[in-house]
Design a binder for this molecule. Sequence first.
Ligand code: GLA
Length: 728
Amino acid sequence: MSIIFNEQAKTFTLQTAHTSYQMKIGNLDYLLHLYYGPSICDADLNYQIMQYDRGFSGNPYESRDARTFSLDAQPQEFSTQQQGDFRTTSIEVVNADGSYSFNGKVSRFTIREGKYQLDTLPCTFAKEDERADTLEIVLTDQISSVEVILLYSVFEKADMITRAVKVVNKGTASIQLKKIMSVCLDFLNGLDMDLVSLPGRYGQERQVERQKMTHHIHTIGSVRGSSSHQQNPFVVLCGREATEDYGKCYGFSLVYSGNFLAEAELDQYDQLRLVMGINPKQFVYEIKPGEQFEGPEVVMAFTEHGFTGLTHLYHDFYRTNLCRSKFVSEVQRPVLINSWEAAFMDFDDVKLVEIAKAAKNMGVDMLVMDDGWFGKRDDDNSGLGDWVVNEEKIKGGLHKLVEQINNLGMKFGIWFEPEMVSEDSDLYRAHPEWAMQIPGRHAVRSRNQMALDMSRKEVQDYLIQSVNAILDDANIYYVKWDINRSLADIWSNVLSADKQGEVYHRYILGLYRVMNEIILTHPDILFEGCSGGGGRYDPGMLHYYPQYWVSDNNNPIDRLKLHYGTSFVYPISTMGAHISDSGRFVPLRTKAVVAMCGTFGYELDASKLSEEEQEICREQSDLFRKYYPIIFGGDYYRLSNPFEVGNMTAWQHVTKDKAESLLSVVVTNLTCNGPQEYVKAKGLIPDAMYRINNGEQVLSGAALMYAGLPIDREVPEYSSFQFYLKQI
Ligand code: GLA
């Protein structure tokens, strides 16, 4: 059992292969956090906690003369509200009597085999042959009868711990929940810690930022109704010394697609508190007597092997324990061509078949018909919501078009943006009340569109029915599910005035229900998520889609940074990457090398490519298929940081048995008469011999890793190199 309760010491120790996590039922039954880090087995770390008389830090009443016991100074596992702990709270609740108070103490706990599941939210699961154990600790406030259930699952082999939280109203009148954090982790010393996050913007998602902890609350979050382009629900707390390969790193990844918040607070005594959960902004949730509220899951990992160590833990776990799609491992993903940058909304069936024919010659397996096929949709002013084929463009209907594509020996995919509505649409004319709009005010427009109120059951039902009707009408192999605006005008016509604070979260619950009904009932369809590029790229979405569009920015040189940042937590197999016309001066082969750090596809008018270009593409599609097992199943190494000044960016995929590897290099800057540069491999077996690119040259893993490979200097701009290493 990976969860140990020590009766005498009253400690809970969660044990994974290389880490321990310890808490203790401490003074007055408060739950204290003792430790998270390298394995210590179940050593009782209670001695770590010192008690002093701290001025201006209150003492619980029951501790009587013990002026030395204060929740303000002790490490908490789930911080209370108004009990003398002035650091950021894990919960803010307005009790039935109007008081703002939660004094949670351990009232009971259970330990059981298996992974917990959540009723309303996506979360990770244990594989069939995998053991996971669960600990449930109940914190009860005796006065308000509010209970908080802390859930922990331990994946011993995978080295991962997941947490989630539930708030239960055991009282006789409603309470209002205003903040609930899924994780609270107190470190006894945080002065030497840095916070790493993935901020960005449209076209430049998940850039990497590292900040030093100072004495205030550092907040990372989104209030855009989705996890957003601007921040990502993933943070790392790492030692100041941590680098790509060395040093301690704690990862926190929230399985949620809506507004989120992570707070890292360095307190007066240099202790560090990290909380993460749903963003409390405009969040007030009523919990009626007998009801409960579920907070999303946080997936935690610790390593002493720097950012690479953390990446490997998350990649392995998210590849196998998050998404149930058969495209995760059973079925190889097709090489696709998407119509967006080829034709935008200006296409018809003839044009699509023309693109498909040329693409077939490039080794492409599937044509994806992007935005513009439905309702009245020639630009972004109209049509969203009317999920009916526009037969003026697609003459003879969808069925006929799909048949034509299938007859070419290709699969067919289609684009949807289900959560949105155009004012100029039949749907809006029939149901203006389904769009989010605050009564008496004009709605904020964004890309000329409005968001549907996904919290409404009839909206959800309409989407399930209309999207399914298309999916069931033709032989559709793939769906791209897009959302192209942030939410504003948060209002639902079916909720009373006092429940409008629930809309942000209810939107996400509604979305998850729709996705469950459509995606999980179409297990043979490959789904790709998208939000104006990579704006809602989070584990909540990856529970449903095995892949996600990284960014609308297809410039291969920008993509080096986009892939670098995204790869911190999200597996390469989830990263949607295409070759397009963007990046005019970058050779086609280099574009392909970059797109192979992802799902690989095309987004251009194939019919306009020359014979020679089509030939290069065919070669590259074949290479991708050849390297697929290494790229999708292997360990990923970032060999250089494209955010630093340098002349090349390099990365590497290594199979689990280390017998094969693909090392890719893009020259980003040519300096005249510059020094010779070498790229050093990682993750190989030092004393094994590797043949390079099936040629004559054979080098040891040690030579490849410690001496490196020289990169040719006399090359055109933006040249690239791929080294396929095979153990002999
Ligand atoms: C978003 C997506 C693009 C494309 C357009 C269509 O911007 O990111 O790939 O699908 O929408 O409108």
